[in-house]
Design a protein around this ligand. Sequence first.
Ligand code: GTP
Ligand code: MG
Length: 211
Amino acid sequence: MNENKNLIFYQQAEHYTAAADISHFPKLDLPEVCFAGRSNVGKSSLINSICTKRALARTSNTPGRTQLIHFYNIQNKLFLSDLPGYGYAKAPKSKIFEWTKLMESYFKNRNNLSRVFILIDARRGIKSSDHDLMNLLNIVAVNFQCILTKIDKISSTELNEVTKNTLTQTENYAAAYPEIIKSSANKKIGIDKIHECLNLILNINDNSKKE
Ligand code: GTP
Ligand code: MG
């Protein structure tokens, strides 16, 4: 698909449902890709940019905006899910506990999950809470790929540094994709690359259905 076709396709994303626990997860025979990461890294903003819709997913300056798992349906071909952020230092313990439970049940039971995008704020780099998630994904054997976000906020030297560092810190995970995507939802950087990744997932799924 060229980028124009991508824009038309991904623009058709619609909010499908929001889930607070496993009983509300939609049962689907469609590939799904989720966006995980620390609070405030820009998960919801990136989903809006991928789908070129400003208010599809709710974004906020206040960490902890997304509290449920939000599912977005693209033409009954692909689902995107927006996860609540983790690692917010000021969050009450009960919230952290709830988050951990929700994420574990999501990652352990979502059989249609094709890939997890782990978003990392390019200004901050990988944190221990990201490693916690990567370890969990290694155990449940779900592939993940890191996306650096908000790269409009740093210089190209800093970007090279954080990219190298992210690669080094993820290369030992069996579940990790070796390619790091660099993005800015504000400046629309890396969106074409993410469209390409999603298209590949769509094609793989289409072909396996034909076999
Ligand atoms: P939670 O749902 O709370 O975990 O946050 P989130 O990861 O969904 O982040 P969200 O998309 O709500 O964005 C958080 C803040 O970062 C907002 O103020 C956004 O405007 C800002 N932001 C998101 N993406 C970018 C970006 O590419 N560049 C810049 N400069 N700011 C961004
Ligand atoms: Mg959010």
